[in-house]
Design a binder for this molecule. Sequence first.
Ligand code: PHE
Length: 489
Amino acid sequence: MDLSSKEVAVLSFLSGIRDYIEEDQVSPKGLDRKETSSAISWLEAKGLIDVIRSEEIAYELSQEGARYLSVGLPEEQLYLLLESQSAVSLPDLTAKMNATDVRIGLAQLAKFGIRPSEGIISFKSVPQFHEEMERRKSFLEAISRQDFKDLDSSLLEHFRKRGGLLVEKRKTRRKMKINEPGRAALQESGQGDRVEDLTPEIIASGAWRERGFRSFDLTAPSEKFSGGYYHPMTILISRVKEIFTSMGFSEMPGHYIETAGWNMDALFIPQDHPAREMQDTFYVTSKKKVEMEFPEIIGISRKVHERGFGKYPGWGYRFNEGESRRLLLRTHTTVSTIRYLYTHRDSPQAVFSVEKVFRHESTDWTHLAELHQIEGAYYGKDANLSTLKSLMRNFYTQMGFKNIKFIPSYYPYTEPSMDAVAIVNGKAVELGGSGIFRPEVTRPIGLREPVIAWGMGLERVAMLFFGLPDIRQLYRSDLEWLKNYPIKN
Ligand code: PHE
């Protein structure tokens, strides 16, 4: 049998002792308690020592118990107070001691025959009162020292009944003794001081040549490892990407940090739109000066917002260019769509993204401040409402939603706008928004054809997929769920 040096140390310690010995008495040189305890467990598993276990109840002071040990038990506090004032009314009492202590103190003093009458409590000298308090305190002191040797069983009973001062702990104790196989293994192991931990010194000195190595049993049973898993959201995201790709869409790039100029102004969202407020958008402050991508969009947006485009009147307010340069965490991925199309306006485009967006919301069972958004957009001659409906139907059917309805909606950058609704188990579930980009968005940046687009929060759909009652469950790192979530297709 091959033994580690720690096991040998414990075994040889035990070999000098005839009878069973308590674990805390086992103290081989050079090993701390933890190492000793682990070596004992190994020796037991290898059958080289006999171990007897026993359950033991130990006590500790609760926080309250520790407090009473330092400030005095409530009955003692109260007795001393009465002794000095001879009589106190109950309301006065609560001004002098804390309410819990008064309650406990009164209950305890009643056992000594001191009771309030008509709202007043008077002092009565109790023989041996102080001696009894000393006994109680030294009992609590012993507990706090973890010294259970001569615990007074009547006081233990007393404090257990009072409750709240003692905490009960169950401990398993081990006693052990080396057995015959253990002695044999110890002898055998004495034959050489084999190398267990390979150190630079052992290699440099060549000592390993003489000493040889301790062998390890690589087939010994160990803990089961189950390997890694994909997060359910990762699986869902790759599914969505597959669907888009199968429909001939290609993925467009994007950034977490954007400017209000692209995230909002370019989409004709008025600068006083409520969604821009601090409550809805995370603005970013930067000490470094950040270059805006395609800053010419500011001038273009200014014109459209102030004066409109062609026959479209615009918003008619004074546009603030400083606002456009403000940095923010993108609130939607439509920002990627509009900038992508700005640089790809010469040919038809079918693009998508599945990316994180950020909203300054308080999280609850249906809201997250950081979520994934799906975005699909098509730019081309045949970008019209029926193309949009058929693309969305196709997309959502592949996602597993069979029964889709469209209802009118509003987004500042689309006209008309529709929300897609899925009927799931008889209930209408909102999937997301869509629409045809307004001419105020497309024409000023040189897009000659219409653009249709749709967007959707992915986590809401994930709730349906995985049957979750609470959206936060997705990111709770609950291992049980992560291993066993149901995939519904
Ligand atoms: N961007 C919208 C949102 O944040 C969704 C949307 C995308 C609406 C495309 C219309 C067109 O919910």
